[in-house]
Design a protein around this ligand. Structure first.
Ligand code: PLP
Length: 409
């Protein structure tokens, strides 16, 4: 008799986005002549940079020619992309990496979800609250999260983020082995400066913890001095794994490419106190369970590091960040409590008068015909907030803001 991994049964269906879709569908059935604008989606709308398209077209041609055809590539990625990443994303920030420390993948979600394979199920895990749900659900699947009581997992340590702490978590009061951090943050749109990030690195070094640092939105950082990589902090190579993605940087959500850095210096303990290289374990895991990102995709990703590619990516980021600025300005004018959106493509809005996230969602949908994401979907401390994204098309974003202005007034 085959027995299922019963941890999966502890998970609810992806309630948040299915519930949003259900409510929007019901609205459209009742009001078929009204157009709904979504500021809820976390997906990009701008097409791929031309440099990537051209590079992928050339790669497709190569695949059709017997002299340049390629089959399986290296599981951890082609050197041409790894070298471009190191020399463009890290060296200019004073971070030296060797090619064996960079693992190309099909995106940050897979890597954030899979990294738990190389860590014991007995580790204690801390997550921010609110949080990107993948960190929590992947720990539920592996049996690290315990049982759920009213949306709270018994074995997870929740690091509350609220207005009082400016949505930046305090260090855990009890020892934790694994800490998920995401900066710039989804959903709250906030960033950590170097001093703040250093506190986490110091904590991890003192407690022999591993930080899983998700930097999927680093390209959206505008302010000088905000770290793009955790390795800008001294000692981080001994305690952190970093995840990056081409999805939001270069519109690769549908193409699929990301990478994970696991430094050679990073070790963790066995139960009998031997030190083991996490780089070696991740390499072994990837070589066994992953057969590499497609050559065509990796050529497309490499092209964002050319001069044209860099300029095109900058234009895409500026496009979304001008949406974010517009949204922030409107909410500030309206006197709303709005956070984020300055170094991230997400805004975190406090609902007025203590209205719940879902009630506010319904009001916004029915009265302004705009869709947002209820904050409660990201964790208990998201109650009383909604998330808005800047990834829409400019014309939709401004129309949504006009509707919201009228509605608020
Ligand atoms: N990490 C965070 C914080 C995200 O918000 C997302 C996507 O929304 C991802 C990772 C997933 O990125 P990818 O498309 O590379 O899988």
């Amino acid at each position: 008799m085959a027995i299922v991994n019963e941890n999966f049964l502890k998970l609810s269906d992806n309630y948040l986005f299915s519930e949003i879709a259900k409510r929007v569908k019901a609205f459209k059935e009742s009001y078929p002549d009204r157009s709904v604008i979504s500021l809820g989606i976390g997906d990009v709308t701008q097409p791929l940079p031309k440099a990537s398209l051209d590079a992928m077209s050339r790669a497709v041609e190569e695949m059709g020619d017997i002299t340049t055809f390629r089959g399986y590539g290296p599981e951890h990625g082609y050197d041409f992309l790894i070298d471009s990443i190191i020399s463009n994303d890290y060296l200019p920030r004073g971070v030296e990496l060797s090619p064996s420390e960079v693992f190309i993948s099909d995106g940050a979600k897979s890597d954030c979800g899979n990294i738990g394979d190389i860590l014991s199920v007995n580790n204690s895990v801390a997550v921010t609250d609110p949080v990107y749900p993948v960190y929590v659900d992947s720990n539920v699947m592996s049996g690290r999260a315990g049982s759920n009581m009213n949306g709270v997992w018994s074995n997870l340590v929740y690091m509350t983020c609220n207005i009082e702490n400016h949505f930046k978590p305090s260090l855990p009061k009890r020892h934790v082995d694994i800490i998920y951090l995401c900066y710039p943050n989804n959903p709250m749109g906030v960033v950590l400066n170097k001093e703040e990030l250093k506190e986490w690195v110091d904590y991890a070094l003192e407690n022999d913890s591993v930080i899983l640092y998700d930097a999927a939105y680093e390209a959206y950082i505008q302010d000088e001095g905000i770290p793009h990589s955790i390795y800008e902090i001294e000692g981080a190579k001994r305690c952190a794994i970093e995840f990056r993605s081409f999805s939001k940087t270069a519109g690769f959500t549908g193409v699929r490419c990301g990478y994970t850095v696991v430094p050679e210096e990073l070790t963790a303990s066995t139960s009998d106190a031997r030190r083991v290289s996490l780089n070696k374990l991740w390499n072994r895991r990837q070589c066994t369970k992953f057969n590499g990102t497609s050559y065509i995709t990796q050529r497309g990703a490499e092209a964002i590091y050319t001069e044209q590619g860099k300029e095109q990516v900058r234009n895409i980021i500026n496009y979304y960040m001008s949406n974010a600025m517009l949204m922030r300005n409107v909410f500030e004018e309206l006197g709303a409590n709005v956070y984020g959106g300055e170094n991230a493509p997400y805004l975190w809005l406090k609902t007025p008068d203590g209205i719940s996230s879902w009630d506010f969602f319904d009001h916004m949908l029915y009265e302004a015909n705009v869709v947002v994401t209820p904050g409660i979907g990201f964790g208990p401390s998201g109650e009383g907030f909604v998330r808005l994204t800047a990834f829409g098309r400019k014309e939709n974003c401004s129309e949504a803001m006009n509707r919201i202005k009228k509605w608020f007034r």
